[in-house]
Design a protein. Structure first.
Ligand SMILES: NC(=O)c1ccc[n+]([C@@H]2O[C@H](COP(=O)([O-])OP(=O)(O)OC[C@H]3O[C@@H](n4cnc5c(N)ncnc54)[C@H](OP(=O)(O)O)[C@@H]3O)[C@@H](O)[C@H]2O)c1
Length: 261
């Protein structure tokens, strides 16, 4: 493969690796894609907003990295398959992938009684079924290669549910179960699975979920400084940089002042 001018992807702990990051147009996914590119990975970035992805790819390339944008709906099985196929066709990514960050997801304000039930299907299609399909396809591929790392984004509310977002929390309990089940299926084949459970991170997440000062802001006022997406990206970078026989199976990263959940 010909080296590009200003190409820094031959350096760093992830040099030679190709990573797919879903939900990369904003927040944690965007920060993670930038961090992995900085560490030398070629990065396939996915989300629905193609314009955002285009800008992100330009930013990574301008810094000497390699990136490919694939606009896709992570709740749609055909789109997920297309994403994985495009990664396998991408010459700069060496026509393979080593890392998949299953990050695309959304929240939903309110508990079982108060949340908008009209959004439950969409929430499950994206957070659970879309994530499960991606983890299954990537898991099968990685077992075949006897290597790879799948990182799934759960949540603190996927471990300790909160009454302010219990339907969303239920989707993240499902993600935690899928990640741990998958880890047990694929570990013997040299494939790692990590579950990352963030506390409150300021991103577009709150607006998409429908959180307001009334139903969210006043509950978290005492938590002090909240996390920025980079804090989670740093955790993901760290666990990916461990040697192949070390699997950090789960991490929880909260704002220091977040006492609950
Ligand atoms: N922020 C928090 O406090 C927090 C806490 C715990 C866990 N998490 C989890 O962390 C992950 C990232 O959240 P975030 O805070 O970074 O939220 P965010 O800023 O809203 O980003 C969500 C990303 O997912 C993408 N996305 C949403 N629906 C999609 C779909 N149907 N198909 C493809 N991509 C889709 C969005 O892009 P497009 O709109 O362009 O498609 C965006 O890039 C989520 O799984 C979330 O549940 C967040």
């Amino acid at each position: 493969m010909q080296k590009k001018k200003n190409d820094k992807s031959g350096k760093g702990p992830l040099a030679g690796k190709t990573a797919i990051v879903t939900g990369a147009s904003s927040g944690i996914g965007r920060s993670t894609a930038l961090a992995l590119a900085r560490d030398g990975a070629a990065v396939v970035v996915c989300a629905r907003r193609a314009d955002r992805l285009k800008k992100l790819v330009a930013e990574i390339i301008a810094k000497g990295g390699r990136a490919l944008a694939v606009a896709a709906d992570a709740s749609n099985i055909a789109d997920i398959d297309r994403l994985l196929n495009q990664a396998l066709l991408w010459k700069d990514g060496r026509r393979k992938y080593d890392i998949v960050v299953v990050n695309a997801g959304r929240g939903l304000a309110g508990g079982l009684l108060q949340s908008d039930a009209a959004q439950w299907q969409e929430l499950y299609d994206l957070n659970v079924l879309g994530a499960a399909h991606l983890m299954r396809q990537a898991g099968q591929y990685m077992v075949g290669r006897k290597a790879g790392h799948i990182v799934a984004l759960g949540s603190v509310v996927g471990r300790n549910v909160s009454p302010f977002g219990s339907v969303y929390g239920a989707t993240k309990f499902a993600v935690a179960a899928l990640a741990e089940g998958l880890r047990r299926e694929v570990g013997a084949h040299g494939v790692r699975v990590s579950l990352v459970m963030p506390g409150i991170v300021l991103s577009e997440f709150q607006a998409v979920a429908g959180y307001t000062d009334e139903n969210f802001g006043k509950n978290i006022a005492q938590f002090g400084e909240l996390l920025e997406p980079q804090a989670i990206a740093e955790g993901i970078r760290w666990l990916l940089a461990q040697p192949p026989h070390v699997n950090v199976s789960e991490i929880m990263i909260r704002p220091t002042g977040q006492s609950y959940p």
